[in-house]
Design a protein around this ligand. Sequence first.
Ligand code: GLA
Length: 735
Amino acid sequence: MSILVNQQQFHLTNGKISYVFHVLKNAQLGHLYFGKALRPDRDYTHFEKYHNPTPASCHTYEDDPAFSLETIRQEYPVYGKGDFREPAILMSQEQKSVANFVYKSHDILEGKPPISGLPATYAASSEAETVLIVLEDVYSGVELHLSYTIFANEAVIARNSRVVNKSTTALSVERMMSLSIDLPDAEMDLLHLSGTWSRERHVKTRPLEQGIQSISSIRGASSHHHNPFLALKAKDATEHTGEVFGFQFVYSGNFLAQTEVDHYGVARVQLGIHPIGFEWNLAPGEAFQSPEAVMVYSGEGLNGMSQTFHQLYRNQLIREQWKTAERPVLINNWEATYFDFNEEKLIHFAKEAKELGVELFVLDDGWFGKRNDDRTSLGDWFVDREKLPAGIASLASKVKQAGLKFGLWFEPEMISVDSDLYREHPEWAVGVPEENYTLGRNQRVLDYTNPIVVDTIFERMRAIIQETDLDYIKWDMNRNITEAYSAGLDHQGEFFHRYILGVYDLYERLTSEFPNVLFESCAGGGGRFDPALLYYAPQAWASDDTDAVERLKIQYGTSMAYPIYSIGSHVSAVPNHQTLRSTPLSLRADVAYFGTFGYELDPSSLSNEEKEIVKEQIRRYKSFRPLVRDGSFIRLQSPFEGNETAWMIVSSDQKEAIVGWYKASSTPNPRTNQVLKLKGLHHDLAYQVESRTYYGDELMQNGLPLPIEFNGANEAFAERGGDFQSKVFYLKALY
Ligand code: GLA
C-alpha cells in the first residue's frame, strides 16, 4: 500500500484499487480516477476530460475557455466559481459568499488518525496510510483539511473533512459533505436500502438520470426509511461480476447521500450531514470536523462490494474485544411478556432457557420506574420494586446462578412526561419553550446537547451496570426528533449534530469503562442500523419484525453493507406478532442462524417436542458460530426477485460452509431435480454434505441438490411440501 505523490498528483493504491487526484491549474483539487488498481509509476493527468466550451459555459481563463469548473471533475467543489452542480461545502461570512479553496500543503501519515468525538474506522500504522491535504480559501484564509486513508488489505478509501476558521471574522458552515467524488460515467444503477418500521433495508434499484437522486434522513437518526448507504452499479454488473462503487456514511444522525448526474453524464456522489437543520458557527480559530464516509470499489459485483464492507467493519471498525468474542445465544422476554412480569416469572423463564442451551437472558422494557405501559418512567433508571421487590441485583444474581449471563434494556435518550426525571427537570426535554410538542410513542427526547443530561444518564446507567454486574445492554431509541431546540445552545443549527455527539459521548464513556459489556443497538428495531453505532455496539437489532419470511428480505438487504455477525436475528413465537403469519420453527431458525442468534418467545409455551427441536437448533448454531463470525457471506438468490432465497457462508480456508435455502410459498407439481449453484468453494476439495460427498466444482457448476418436494402424488415426500420450506446445509471438506 502506498500514497505516491508526483508533481502534485496523488495516487493512493494498494494493489486492489487506485484513487488518483491532482492539483488543477487553478490550484483547486481535481479528481482523476477511482477504481481497479492502475500501475503506480504513471502520470494520469490525461484522465482529466475537458469538454468543448459552449456559449452557455463559464470558464476560469480568458485564453482557455475549455477550463470550466462546470465540467471539470473535482474533489471538493464549491459554489460560485462556475460549477453549477451541488457543492461539497457552503459557508457564509460577512461580506463574502464565494469560497475558492486552493492547494496549500499536504502531509502523509502512517496509519489513520482518530477523529475526535466521532466513531470511525481505525488502523494501526502498518494497516493504512493517510494523506492530509490542506486547502486555503484565497479570499479569507479559511482552511479546509481533506483526509484520505487507504487501507493495506481492503478496496476502501475513507474520507473526512475539516474546516478551520483561520480568518478574522465569524463563519457559518451551512453544508459540509464528508465525501464528494465525480465519477466519469453515469451509465449505472443506483442501489439503496430503504423501507420503514418493520420492513427496513429493502433493496431498491433505479437507473441514474440527469439530475439529483438522493436518499436522506432529517429525523435525527439515520432512520428506518433510508440507510446511509448507496451503491452505483454498472449496467452489466451482477451479484458476482462487474463494477460496483459502494458508499457509506459513518454517522447516526441526519444525512444526505446523493448522486447528481450532470449534462455530460458525470455522476457526482456526495455523502454528509444533511444541510437541512444544520448551520455551524465558527469563531476565528475554531474548527468543524465532519464525520467519516467510506467508499468501496468492487470489480466482482455486489457480493464483492459487500464482502469488502464486511471485512472493513469486522477488522477496522468493530472494537477489538468484539472482533473475535463469540456472541452469546440470547433470549429476550419482550414478545413473551411485554410489560407483564415479576421476578418469579422471569427466573422460571431464564431457567427454562438455560435448559435449552441459551447463554444470555435479556430483560427488555418495563423493569424500571413504574413502567406498566409505554406512557411512563423513561429516565427513571431505578428498579420497579412492585414488579421486582428484591431489586435488580437480586434478579441478576439469580439469573447468573442459573448459569446465564444477564442483560438489560435501556432507552437512555428518552424521557416520559410522567417520570420523576421530567418532574424534576422538564427543561431537559428537547422542545421549543411555550410551544406544544409533538409526541412519539408517548415520550419526549432528552436534550443530549446538554452535557449535564449526558452525565446524569451515565451515572444512572453506571450504577445499574455495577449493581448487576451486567453483561449486555440493548440500547433502544424509539422516536424521532421534533421541535429541535435546546435552551443551552446559542445557535440552534448546531442542535442535531451536537445531539449525536452527546449520544457518542455516552457510548464512549460506557464502552470505555465497561469494555466487556456487549451493546446491541436498537431504534424501534432497525431505525439506527449504521456503521457509526457498530463501532460501539457490535450488533444491532435488525427489525421489530421477527417474521421469518419478512426477515429474509431485511437480512438480505442488511447484508449489502453489514457483516452478518452484526445482525440481531431471533426466533419468535407464532402467529408472528407483526404479521400474524405462522411459519414452522425450522424456517424461523434457518433464517435466524444467519446473524446473532437468539429467541424472542416464552420457553414455557413450547411443547416438549419443540423444546427438543430448539435444543438442537441452539447446539447447531453453536457448532457453526465461528463461521458466522469469520466466514465470507455470499448472496445466491434474492427474495426481492422471486419466491426463493439462498445464501451461504464459506470459511476463509474454504474447508467449511453453511448454505441456507428458503422457499416462501409452495409450487404446484415442482420439479424434482432442483439444484442450487454454490459459490466460493474450492474446486478441488471434496465436501461432505449430509451423507453424500461432492467436489467443489460439482457444487458450483452443477449445483447442490435441493430437497425433493411433495407434488400431490409422491407420497414419500408428503412432509416436504407446502409453504415456508427451508433447509440449512453444512459442508465440510474431507480431502
Ligand atoms: C422497541 C424495540 C423492541 C422492544 C420495545 C420495548 O420497539 O425495538 O425490541 O425493546 O421497544 O418497548
